[in-house]
Design a protein around this ligand. Structure first.
Ligand code: COA
Length: 399
């Protein structure tokens, strides 16, 4: 795709990188993210290029920057919404500050909308770059820490995973959990392969044979010079009250040499619901960002609260994506939504408001106070609040 000049007069085009460009991609990635510029890294980028995931910004034949782009479904309201993942955005120091990354992102916005992806998601190392282009914080990836000796909640005892049948049940347990949350990813085989490498895996069998009500995958992590270890929870899920108590109770069972557990969950976390005191402490995390792309698809694919019905008209001030601007008529009934063209709009959104409104990370009132929901009656905002309400938008898989 040919792009207009950047602020510095550079005219960039974007295209998928080719096999012979893997070493350059690895160099840019190493320079940008501090990884080791070795043959293993080149091999990793060669594989990504071969699967068409790496898009470069090119000026007169020279690749000035690149990023990884993939399409992944995420659960919203119990249904799957196709999204664009952007990761590993890298411009080497000699080309920074000339608008290369911005030009690349502008091209991806148009590509993503044309591909029928509802939203674009990314983990930002800097907010400003993405915010200027319509992404906004739309959910959390949050880690917590709990002292093992304070995790005494009782609960049934989990057992070690035993074979492929248990793993099939773990995948099903994850999906039941993910469907009931906001924004969890539909995981692919590669991610599950990595999860299966966890040194320890435990399950709580369910009432029906071949099912589990909970699982925990973890490793032991030692700080230098510390004889005790941290239970590094790599993944967990629970679909019942017994399951949740079993997961937290497993941490307590480590409470001699295993001093604490580090785990990921939404904000607020669920483990705190079982504890008598506020012993779960936040321990690192970040807000991820979302941007609206193909809005009719995003609305048609997601689920809405089953008991809610009604309509609102809205428009989006999106200078980078005419196709998203509207005005639109949003109709919700029987758990489903539809976005169709309208004559005019009561609610006016800045492009940045779309991501956090869609995920429910920010209420319309908060977006209005921040100046990104530009106009709308109290009645319309109250209805939108209910339409997009749900569990806290959470990603636990960094990409
Ligand atoms: C971040 C990075 C991709 C930006 O690339 P770039 O081509 O220099 O970006 P642009 O010239 O398009 O800058 C666009 C905006 O991003 C912001 N930005 C760029 N670099 C920034 C930095 N280091 N810190 C804070 N903001 C920055 C600027 O606000 C700029 O807007 P401005 O016009 O108001 O100044 C590049 O510095 C890089 O590769 N860094 C290391 C890896 C990294 O952090 N990647 C991002 C992962 S999410």
């Amino acid at each position: 795709m040919r792009l207009r000049p950047t602020g510095c007069g550079v005219t960039l085009s974007t295209r998928p990188l080719e096999a012979g460009e893997a070493a350059g991609a690895a160099r840019r990635a190493a320079l940008s993210f501090g990884s080791q510029p070795d043959e293993e890294l080149v091999e990793q980028w060669r594989a990504r290029i071969a699967s068409g995931q790496v898009i470069g910004a090119v000026d007169d034949g020279e690749v000035l920057g690149h990023c990884r782009v993939t399409a992944v479904d995420h659960w919203f309201g119990g249904r799957r919404v196709p999204t664009q993942h952007i990761a590993s955005v890298a411009v080497p120091p000699e080309h920074r500050g000339r608008g290369v990354a911005s030009a690349l992102m502008r091209a991806l916005i148009i590509d993503g909308q044309r591909a029928g992806l509802g939203l674009s998601l990314l983990f930002p190392a800097t907010t400003r770059l993405y915010r200027k282009l319509g992404w906004e914080h739309a959910g959390a990836l949050q880690s917590y820490r709990l002292d093992a000796r304070r995790a005494t909640v009782g609960g049934p005892v989990m057992r070690a995973v035993d074979g492929d049948g248990d793993w099939a049940a773990i995948l099903a347990c994850y999906e039941r959990c993910a469907r009931a949350t906001t924004a969890a990813a539909v995981r692919d085989d590669e991610l599950w392969q990595r999860r299966r490498e966890a040194p320890y895996a435990y399950v709580l069998p369910g009432a029906t044979a071949g099912t589990v009500d909970a699982y925990v995958l973890f490793a032991h992590a030692h700080a230098p010079g510390d004889w005790q270890y941290t239970i590094q929870v790599e993944d967990w899920a629970a679909t019942t009250a017994d399951g949740l108590r079993a997961v937290v109770g497993l941490v307590a069972a480590h409470g001699t040499v295993g001093k604490d557990a580090r785990f990921r969950d939404g904000v607020p976390d669920r483990w705190s619901l079982l504890l008598g005191e506020p012993d779960v402490r936040p321990d690192g995390g970040m807000f991820w960002m979302a941007r609206g792309l193909d809005l009719p698809t995003a609305i048609a694919c997601r689920g809405f609260p089953p008991g809610l019905s009604g309509t609102a008209t809205l428009a989006v001030d999106d200078p980078l994506l005419d196709a998203a601007s509207g005005p639109w008529r949003l109709e919700v009934a029987a758990g489903e939504g539809r976005l169709t063209p309208a004559a005019d709009a009561e609610v006016m959104l800045d492009a940045r408001a779309v991501g956090p409104l869609f995920t429910g990370f920010r209420s319309p009132a908060e977006l209005a106070v921040a100046g990104v929901l530009l106009r709308g009656s109290q009645e319309a905002l109250a209805w939108l609040t209910g339409a997009f309400a749900g569990p806290p938008p959470t990603l636990v898989d960094f990409f």
